[in-house]
Design a protein around this ligand. Sequence first.
Ligand SMILES: [Zn+2]
Length: 189
Amino acid sequence: MSTPLGHLGVGLAWALAVSGPTSSWRRLLLGAAAASAADLDFIPGLVVGAPARFHHGASHSIVAMLVAAALALGVSSRRSPMTARDVALVTGAFLSHLVLDWLTHDPGTRRGLPLLWPLSAQRFSAPLWAVPAVSRAWPPTLDWVAHSAWLVVAEVALVAPLVVSAWIGAGRPELPPGPWRRVKGETSR
Ligand SMILES: [Zn+2]
């Protein structure tokens, strides 16, 4: 797996690339959230005290990501009509998670992703990795801190050019104030 930083960055870049001049905070947040969602599979493991137990399971399959995208689009379409850009944004962002994890170095015992689940239990990983592996240590050791710091630098170096290129390619959109910045004088109801 990549770190959340890598997935968030790829989601942002994808949202900019797909949305172009229509980019908005809502679309960027949607892209970043959808690109990170598969790693919520840590939550049931945290509940049972073994965080990695369900990680890289069914949620890391193409079918699961397509179902998640259809659900997200269904909810989103209740708010405003769905466009082709919405479909591309949400579906691509969910699937980007699998691409990034597939390209990540995976030295663990349960290697690869079950991309074809539920049709097949076979696990897949790229023949050559592009993203260094995440290591886990509890309590944190000095080696773990050094490796994690290096990982953050490596992922920023990989993802930042993608985000900047996508922003330039989108025509350098000026994003309007986010929903958290209330217009002066406006009162909440
Ligand atoms: Zn993942």
